[in-house]
Design a protein around this ligand. Structure first.
Ligand code: PNS
Length: 165
């Protein structure tokens, strides 16, 4: 039987404990997971894609069936190139739903071969977001309970000097 591959796409700016939870749970369900850093047209991005990739690599180093990549094109096209059968997204509050539903339907139209699966976030990550992490870190706050320990210092070093006048 062929290998079951799923894609975990996102902007990961930076990866949080919420993302890591979804990736870990997805890795237990599929033969291979590809975490891919992509462009979200409505977000500007603080870290470069290469910085985000490096942080994700450090974070998933102990998950043997997880690969990390960058792609600047369409998610539906990427899923096809990689022979993936699923796209995995995490759902937090209801506020995520409309946007995610729209993307899932669009991706299905562009690539009927691929299914979008939603995993519900753990309750403690319900209000966690990369933008919150960036804001707290740039103002000198404690992000320990929001980000993977392996990249905590990288984020603090990079953002703490940014906006403190
Ligand atoms: O972590 P995010 O910002 O919610 O992830 C959104 C992302 C990057 C997965 C989405 O914007 C995306 O798929 N971008 C790639 C371009 C694309 O395929 N756009 C059409 C989606 S319907």
């Amino acid at each position: 039987m062929s290998e079951k591959i799923a894609i975990c796409p996102g902007s990961f700016d930076p990866i949080t404990l919420g993302h890591l939870d979804i990736i870990t749970r997805a890795a237990a369900m599929f033969d291979k997971i590809i975490v891919v850093v992509m462009t979200n047209a409505s977000k500007e991005g603080s870290f470069t894609k290469e910085e985000r990739l490096a942080m994700i690599k450090k974070t998933v180093a102990d998950l043997p069936n997880v690969e990390v990549d960058i792609y600047n094109g369409l998610l539906a096209e990427y899923a096809q190139n990689k022979n993936a059968c699923a796209i995995i997204k995490g759902l937090r509050a209801m506020s995520d739903f409309e946007y995610e539903f729209q993307m899932a339907l669009t991706n299905k139209k562009l690539n009927p071969q691929v299914e979008t699966l939603f995993l519900t976030t753990r309750a403690e990550n319900m209000y966690l977001s990369s933008s919150m992490v960036r804001q707290i870190a740039s103002m000198g706050g404690d992000i320990t309970s929001f980000v993977p320990p392996a990249i905590h210092d990288d984020i603090v070093k990079r953002l703490s000097s940014e906006t403190r006048d």
